[in-house]
Ligand binder design. Structure first.
Ligand code: ZN
Length: 243
């Protein structure tokens, strides 16, 4: 999976407001029900006083942004009296406008069927949003169907077809969970060398991390064991040559 460029397309007419200190808790998927061009010009139009989204993903796999993640887009607004009708238990429990705690992604198309380029781009974007929120607010959005939603789960009455019957939920969640698993596995791999480094048994932490999956020669294993035994005996280990 490659890296993507996000093109900023918001202008002075793009609708947004304050999150009022709320942290984003969910990612909401939408369908344009039309072309990327129509969506792009609508989100930049002076006559649009009603809607916006943070991102748009095109058939070609381009990613455009209209509203900062720090701000609230006008994508899945709900009147307070309609909140109990939401399919999402999380949305029902929040009892406030879902725009305040969501990040919204529009997708070019009509039925929710994505091109492969578009699927890969939105997969990357979900991960990007998760990383962004972790870095900014220290909050981890779980990559599951409770937190990765469709507009229809917020507003089943008016938005039953958003993002559409062909939206690849199963494939998306499966790929997202694969990647978050890979990430946590990787973190776990460093735990041992970080501990031994803190204990003064390994010196070159960066070097060891770079070779984290490589086998160790017998001499290095033995030197490490020697260091540990000597350290245990509170003896000087400075004569060793292994890094
Ligand atoms: Zn929608």
């Amino acid at each position: 999976m490659g890296s993507y460029q996000i093109e900023w397309r918001g202008n002075e007419f793009t609708n947004f407001s304050s999150r009022e200190e709320n942290i984003p808790l969910i990612i909401v998927n939408h369908i344009v029900d039309g072309t990327a061009e129509s969506c792009d010009s609508w989100f930049r139009s002076s006559t649009n006083k009603q809607s916006s989204a943070h991102f748009l993903v095109t058939f070609k796999g381009e990613i455009k942004q209209y509203v900062r993640i720090e701000d609230m887009a006008w994508a899945n607004g709900l009147k307070l009296y309609d909140i109990p009708k939401a399919e999402s238990a999380l949305v029902r429990s929040m009892k406030m406008n879902p725009n305040l705690y969501s990040v919204s992604i529009e997708h070019e198309g009509t039925t929710g069927q994505l091109t492969e380029e578009q699927f890969q781009a939105t997969l990357w974007l979900h991960r990007y949003i998760q990383d962004y929120i972790r870095n900014k607010w220290g909050h981890e959005i779980p990559m599951d169907r409770e937190h990765i939603l469709g507009h229809f789960e917020i507003d089943p009455l008016r938005k039953a077809n958003c993002p559409g019957k062909d939206f690849p939920w199963e494939k998306l969640i499966k790929e997202l969970q694969k990647k978050s698993q890979a990430k946590s596995e990787q973190k776990w791999r460093y735990e041992g060398v970080e501990f031994l480094h803190k204990q003064g048994i390994l010196n070159d932490l960066k070097g060891w991390k770079e070779k984290i999956c490589e086998p160790m020669p017998v001499w290095a294993v033995c030197l490490l064991m020697k260091r540990m035994i000597l350290k245990d005996e509170e003896k000087n280990i400075k004569t060793d040559t292994v890094n």
